[in-house]
Ligand binder design. Sequence first.
Ligand SMILES: [Zn+2]
Length: 65
Amino acid sequence: MIRGKCPICGKVFEVAKLDDLPSFPFCTDRCRLVDLGRWIDGAYAIPEAARPVQAEVPEAEEDEE
Ligand SMILES: [Zn+2]
């Protein structure tokens, strides 16, 4: 018997074997997707925050005659 606690909703589940719970370590696919969504949000948010704000570079001045 395998006991676990869903890291998303905190629900405690108990299964005979891991094959019985494809969404392990989450209680359901729904919680698994919630976690995946958070991870993706973080993956996008971190590089965005770390990237320095780049000022728009004006076009190179052309010699006017
Ligand atoms: Zn859950």
